[in-house]
Ligand binder design. Structure first.
Ligand code: SF4
Length: 441
């Protein structure tokens, strides 16, 4: 059956009338509307799936729980329609990575497989592209994993969080360790690399519990791990429990010690740190996240998905869509556009192509400063020449005097600034100083 915007004509019937470009019948894999001799800009794709089995106590991500499964098909139609629409602006002609996150994408079952298959028809993937699906233990089984791999997924990221049932209960997770072990077995049998997410600094979590979790993480077969200290986000059940005294507030010193223990255990286990909170076997670093951390371009589809595009690309889309573009201002020439669509699922399903809100335009100096800040989150650090070009040499010197960053030569002999061990523990101080720039120091 011919596809239209990556979705079948029947499935897209309610949406096609909304898409002027799609209505021209442009096939999504047929390339740009106008032929261009220029190489397309690499743009990674993020899909936000806003469904979960239930809401975790600490979660402030946008997702809805206990949703009528009929919504899954509507959502997949909307995402494929949206991705197909943006593909006509040459945005998805060289896609180095796709990340389908959430939420809990695997809750959608067959519809997730249809989503992956549809995206494969909608975008032009770069050869060897990384295609990740985020999953949770309660919705991961061997058949689902096999079908996703067949559809083109070549990496999974699973929200394990802890191998201790009492910690999982405090976090309000809807799975237990037995389900986690079954899900990990399914991932191992697929022979596809996977990452696990862990949380430390949970009230009531003991050091032996955390060490046992790290041990099991290393033994799980994961090739990548993300480790975050628990944060109490406004408006979450965890915040209410802390404010009402039902749960003690997480202790940041305990969390810092647990982060240090994670660094040791994961490094010894063959996954050295490559980012402040991320560890990987060499060659298994998360390429999609590296796009975020190195100032690359990415397009988010789905409600609450974030995007960042070089400004000329954004301007072309805005012009095509009839969105207002700020009048040129010689003092603030935008270099990049960062935007989200903060809409509910219901609003998104009604019309997936809303104008970005909020929209942030970054000037070249803003972007350079942000690139240095994000680069210092990586163990590889940032080229000294890049720091100087951003006008941040003095800021980094000040941080070096406090022992938070250091200058050294990489394997090619190039000078790079990198965060020290003390700097990792005071990361907010380092990143804040860089973001504030010379005027802030
Ligand atoms: S599974 Fe993830 S997105 Fe869903 S509620 Fe829990 S933390 Fe939030």
């Amino acid at each position: 059956m011919p596809t239209f915007g990556g979705i079948s004509p029947a499935a897209s019937s309610g949406l096609a009338a909304l898409a002027p470009h799609a209505a021209a019948g442009v096939s999504n894999s047929a390339g740009p509307v106008e032929d261009s001799q220029e190489a397309p800009t690499p743009v990674s794709l993020y899909v936000h799936v806003p469904f979960c089995v239930s809401k975790c106590a600490y979660c402030d991500f946008y997702s809805e729980a206990a949703v009528d499964p009929a919504r899954y098909a509507q959502f997949v139609d909307a995402v494929l329609f949206e991705a197909g629409h943006w593909s006509h602006y040459d945005l998805l002609d060289d896609v180095p990575t796709i990340y389908i996150g959430g939420g809990t994408p695997t809750i959608m079952g067959d519809e997730l497989v249809r989503l992956v298959e549809g995206l494969m028809q909608t975008v032009r993937l770069r050869p060897g592209a990384e295609v990740t699906v985020e999953t949770n233990p309660e919705t991961t089984d061997i058949q689902m994993v096999a079908r996703l791999v067949e559809a083109g997924v070549n990496r999974f990221s699973i929200g394990v969080q802890s191998f201790d049932d009492s910690v999982l209960r405090t976090l309000g997770r809807c799975h237990d360790v037995a389900q986690t072990q079954r899900a990990l077995q399914a991932l191992r049998e697929s022979d596809i690399p996977f990452s696990i997410d862990l949380i430390c600094g949970v009230p009531g979590q003991t050091f032996p519990s955390w060490e046992a979790t790290l041990e099991q993480a290393v033994a799980s077969g994961a090739r990548h791990a993300s480790v975050y200290p628990l944060a109490v986000e406004p408006g979450t059940p965890l915040e209410a429990a802390v404010l009402e005294g039902r749960t003690p507030a997480p202790d940041p010193d305990v969390a810092a010690d647990m982060m240090l223990a994670a660094e040791v255990a994961l490094t010894v286990g063959g996954m050295p740190r490559y980012e402040v909170a991320n560890y990987a076997q060499p060659g298994h670093e998360a390429r999609h996240n590296l796009v975020y951390w190195t100032g690359g371009a990415y397009l988010g589809v789905g409600p609450h998905a974030a995007s960042m595009l070089p400004y000329p690309l954004y301007e072309a889309v805005a012009a095509g869509e009839g969105w207002e573009v700020a009048a040129p201002d010689a003092a603030h020439v935008p270099a990049r556009a960062r935007f989200t669509r903060e809409v509910t699922l219901a609003e998104y399903l009604r019309y997936p192509l809303r104008r970005p809100e909020p929209l942030e335009l970054l000037t070249a100096p803003d972007a350079a400063r942000e690139d240095v800040m994000l680069g210092l989150r990586l163990t590889a650090g940032v080229l000294a020449s890049q720091v100087d070009a951003a006008g941040l040499g003095g800021v980094l010197q000040d941080l070096a005097e406090q022992g938070l960053v250091e200058l050294g030569a990489d394997d090619s002999g190039d000078l790079r600034w990198a965060t020290t061990q003390a700097g990792w523990l005071l990361g907010n101080q380092v990143f804040g100083a860089v973001w504030a720039g010379p005027e802030g120091s």
